[in-house]
Design a protein around this ligand. Sequence first.
Ligand code: SF4
Ligand code: SF3
Length: 547
Amino acid sequence: MFCFQCEQTAGSKGCTKVGVCSKSPETAKMQDVLILQLKGIGYYCNELVNKGEEICRETADFTMEGCFATLTNVNFDNDRFLQYIKKANKIKKELIEKVGNESAPKDADFMAPETVEQVLALPDMPNLGVMDDENLDMDIRSLREMLIYGLKGMSAYAHHAFVQGGYDKEVVNGMVRFLGETLRKDITVEELLNLNMELGKCNFKCMEVLDNANTGNYGHPEPTEMLITKKKGPFIVVSGHDLRDLRELLEQTEGKGVNIYTHGEMLPGCAYPELKKHKYLIGNFGGAWQDQQKEFDNLPGCILMTSNCLMKPRDSYKDRLYTTSVVGWDDVKHIEYNKDQPKDFTEMINQALELGGFKEDEPEKRITVGFGRNAVLSNAGAIIEAVKAGKIRHFFLVGGCDGARPGRNYYTEFAEQSPDDTIILTLACGKFRFNKLDLGTVAGFPKVLDVGQCNDAYGAIQIALALANAFECDVNELPLSYIISWYEQKAVVVLLTMLSLGLKNIYLGPTLPAFVTPNILQVLVDKFGLRPVSTPEKDLEEILGKK
Ligand code: SF4
Ligand code: SF3
């Protein structure tokens, strides 16, 4: 196997024996085969689009789901991958019949064998593994993989939008075109750089569709004091990003005496009016994803994983863990996705009741969440006044993924050391590094404003654009800096979106992607002012000037 798509890749170079994330070489192979099939499907779908035809919804949905399933910490179940692989063969066959394969690039028409054993026995071939083509220029490989990882990230957002009624032709057409382009042998560095920027723009549209689906279905998040301590009684912990799953579970637990806690990236779910109206959506449980094995150990309740990040389950909670949607682990119970019907959570609800839950209340603690774009911008007047009066000197967007590696304390220390007249906007699971610290208020606002999930990066960018508008300046002239932490491929695509919108001077950490070669890094530094984080002291000084 060879995989270097995430930040925790072995030795900052690549996982070659087994994934640091627990991905087995077998699952890695199943994923590589599926991705190769999807590249071909992308190519043929793009041919359809060029002929003026539409891509059918089923193929579009399948393509985004397939890409999403290979994202870090999502699906580790070989049998589920085999189902995807078989379906990909079927879809591809139909597409070839429609558009023909005379001028297709090599391997676009690749058909996979249909048993796990046969798939695993496939020999290396140039388009299969990341490193299988030894002759490929490293910079081309770097940008090709960046495009693939970005596509995985965008597929996740597109899928979250799709299950909630958000579908956009432009996004799907982009997705298949980019996939198909990764098969081209004659592609140049310049072309790949442009494609990555186009993907970034396409993802901005995708995130807008997702934002509209979320706010259209559940209203705009509103500042909400959310419980972060345990309450007595049976419960279910809901993790991941899928708000539709959360809603359906809330509807099905109505009147059953089961408390619902959000976990990880589901935390901001507590702030949406249409979700928080369910009074037994009581709060958030635990910290970021990498703490789950410890926090779920012997948990007297059930856990639902609706998307990443799933870690290898321990025996002490495996029997009460459920996956749904694209998530999978081979012998963990899976709740099927129903396109038009709600999912059936009965078994999990009954098990939560049997487990009995927490025995007593913990002393109560709360934090404020729910500063989505609407909540922040409805205070734009007061924010602008405070900036003009010198009460707010600078904004930091400190957001992105959390992770297990040391070095991520940078983000905690950055938040702690940021001066008292600065505000931190945060989003995604990286916020767990500092969201429970008492950092006080600035000009009447909480110092840490939680904008939401990584899915809400669109909202954060809208806030920046609206502030630039209000101050009548370019967005890069605002007193605003971006301190981004990355781990998986959604962060890759959000970064591409930020770069494609011309946002400059982004600090990226805790380490740089292994798939970025020194040459490509230099391009990103020269063209976009991207820079690696150093220490909080140095970076704060660089941004704010010496005290
Ligand atoms: Fe390694 Fe990350 Fe790939 Fe898992 S997803 S195999 S940890 S690089
Ligand atoms: Fe976190 Fe996995 Fe990326 Fe949505 S949940 S940000 S790491």
